[in-house]
Design a binder for this molecule. Structure first.
Ligand code: FAD
Ligand code: NAD
Length: 551
């Protein structure tokens, strides 16, 4: 061992003795060599990798927690009937937004709606062609209510009458299964009306009987069935050419966002699936969009209107503007066309499927209430409300969303913000009431005590509570913040009018905007379960295409 050491050591010492500069090298060799400096590139790469890895872990943990939390609601104390009864009508955007943010322990909350689920309407047009399955955009209301701190009573029923003077509602169970009681009354202290709107037909003859609408799940299912029905009948043996053309003419009336999105979805269905699986309809299948105004999407910017109309032209969707439908029969649409020189003429358009999307009209229960309140005499579009969403001419009755006539468009965005505002209002009202009771109790104590120090301490506590009370009573009126509008226009393209800050606005369109549209809507879907279902539906359609069987 020593021999080996002396053999190795000797030449090194001799080498070092010969050259002073190399001596230094010999000394360095004995100490560990410095690590080579890492390039900025590799450090950034490592950082990105760690960030991605970390984000993926956080993402998985969040999803896992979301699933666990969704399936394991905690124990709920039952509703307390001694508290003020707050009745909420409807289970749509406005009412559900209110219910999500409401502290239910402060009230005896009762929800009444003919639908025991919340419907994510922005993806409803995708259900008409099977791009999204309808259950993926339905959120069971029971899940939402079961996660509240204190239990909420739910009745699946339709409110048919609102007696605002005696503060009582008439509600009817419309389900197919009937119990002994089909109609009853529900009293209320406070009432929030969030019943949405129904489809407007402007009383045009034949629309109600012959058209399909697009507001509810059943509407989307009916359209899906009807599309396939028209196709299978058009390909029936010995069908005449004219009849085949009529059956394969799919007409959408109303160039607002509902009509445009549906027309885009339908053309996608044809191009991506129907054309392939039913080639015999390829030359005759045809989508037309009819709009009374000079252009589609009047609420969007000019640039996006032009983009949409050009995209539709490329997709071979016929856009008939300045065309107002006047009458509908079971096989044809009669419309008045205004030509560029202002002259008007009537045209007859044979159709197989007619989807009517011309906006909203008040529901019967709302119309009935409007006629009973003198302050609502001039109301047309819905219940007129003040800046705090209180129905004009009533006390303790609020209206939100599509059933309220405000200066804002009837959108989910508006309804959601109104719901959140009313939840804050009710939470504050409860806090205020509790503070008032505490102050009254302290005042009694102050009168009862004879000790001067105690009197002083009580007075100062009353003052501090009164300060909080004054602050919470200063309620601001409802203010809407517009975040922009999005719409799908077919061929994997979308348009976006995004607004932020003080009137900053950005418009964008095309396929990247479509990715934004998808991610925005997935993030807005309430539950982890439904987010996953929607994503899986999109993947399923990408991999296997849409189902062309008739339900
Ligand atoms: P709704 O969401 O319609 O809910 C009304 C609720 O009241 C329902 O639960 C209903 O069952 C219940 N109800 C009805 N009658 C009674 C009764 N008599 N008694 C008790 N309950 C009753 N807006 C956007 O901002 N972005 C979009 O992308 C968008 N896309 C849309 C796509 C389609 C196809 C449609 C039809 C609408 C879309 N909207 C969109 C508009 C949006 O859906 C509505 O503005 C929104 O639903 C209004 O919310 P709401 O709570 O007032 O009414
Ligand atoms: P809408 O009121 O926005 O549009 C209806 C269209 O139908 C109008 O352009 C009108 O001129 C036309 N029309 C009316 N009568 C006609 C007739 N007889 N013949 C031909 N055309 C006629 O209705 P909508 O598209 O159902 O939308 C309703 C509400 O929901 C709107 O506030 C809309 O903004 C909102 N919404 C938003 C989105 C989105 O943001 N992506 C999607 C759907 C609906």
């Amino acid at each position: 061992m020593n021999l080996i050491r002396s053999v190795v050591a000797r030449p090194l010492t001799g080498f070092a003795a010969r050259s002073g500069s190399l001596r230094a090298y010999a000394v360095d060799a004995a100490t560990p060599a410095p690590k080579p400096k890492k390039s900025t590139f590799s450090r950034v790469g490592k950082f990105i990798w760690r960030l991605t890895y970390g984000s993926a872990l956080v993402g998985i943990a969040t999803v896992a927690y979301g699933i666990y939390d969704g399936r394991h609601p905690s124990e709920q104390p039952p509703p307390d009937p001694s508290k003020k009864t707050l009745v909420v009508l409807g289970s749509g955007w406005g009412s559900v937004s209110l219910l999500k943010k409401l502290d239910t322990e402060n009230y005896n909350v009762v929800v009444i709606s003919p639908r025991n689920f919340f419907l994510f309407t922005p993806l409803l047009p995708s259900c008409t062609t099977g791009t999204i399955e309808h259950r993926s955009i339905m959120e069971p209301l029971r899940h939402i209510l079961r996660h509240k701190k204190t239990a909420v009573t739910f009745y699946e029923a339709e409110c048919t009458k609102i007696d605002h003077v005696n503060r009582v509602l008439t509600v009817r169970d419309d389900s197919e299964v009937k119990g002994d009681i089909a109609e009853t009354s529900v009293p209320f202290d406070y009432l929030v009306i969030g019943v949405g709107a129904q489809n407007s037909t402007f009383g045009i003859p034949g629309v109600q009987e012959n058209a399909c609408f697009l507001k509810e799940i059943a509407d989307a299912q009916k359209i899906r069935t009807r599309i396939m029905d028209c196709i299978e009948t058009a390909t029936f043996k010995d069908q005449t050419e004219d009849e085949k053309k009529r059956l394969l003419h799919m007409v959408v009336v109303g160039g607002g966002p509902t009509g445009v999105e549906f027309a885009g979805e339908l053309q996608d269905f044809f191009e991506e699936d129907l054309r392939k699986w039913v080639p015999e309809i390829a030359t005759d299948f045809h989508v037309s969009l009819i709009e009374a105004l000079p252009n589609v999407l009047p609420s969007f910017s000019k640039q996006l209107i032009n983009y949409t109309e050009k995209t539709f032209k490329d997709e071979k969707i016929d856009v008939l503007t300045k065309t107002m439908v006047k009458k509908v029969t079971d096989k044809a649409i009669h419309a008045e066309v205004t030509s560029p020189d202002g002259t008007k003429s009537m045209v007859e358009l044979p159709y197989g499927l007619l989807v009517w999307a011309t906006g909203n009209a008040p529901r019967a229960v709302v119309r009935d209430l409007m006629t009973k309140i003198p302050d609502q005499a001039k109301a047309r579009r819905g219940l007129e409300v003040n800046d705090y969403l209180v129905v004009n001419g009533t006390e303790g009755i609020w209206a939100l969303g599509d059933c309220a006539a405000t200066k804002y468009a009837p959108t989910a965005q508006v309804a959601t913000q109104q719901g959140a505002y009313l939840a804050r209002l009710f939470n504050t009202m409860a806090k205020t009431q509790a503070l008032e009771e505490e102050i009254a109790h302290l005042e009694d104590l102050g009168h009862a005590t004879g000790v001067v120090e105690d009197k002083k301490a009580i007075a100062s506590e009353i003052e501090s509570k009164a300060k909080v009370l004054r602050r919470s009573k200063r309620l601001m009126p409802f203010q809407y913040t517009h975040q922009g509008s999005l719409a799908y226009i077919g061929s994997d393209k979308a348009i976006a009018d995004v607004t932020w800050g003080e009137g900053n606005n950005l418009t964008s369109s095309g396929q990247l905007t479509y990715l934004f549209w998808r991610s925005a809507y997935v993030s807005m879907v309430f539950s982890t379960r439904n987010k996953m279902l929607v994503i899986m539906d999109w993947l399923k359609v990408k991999m296997f295409g849409r189902d062309v069987s008739r339900e």
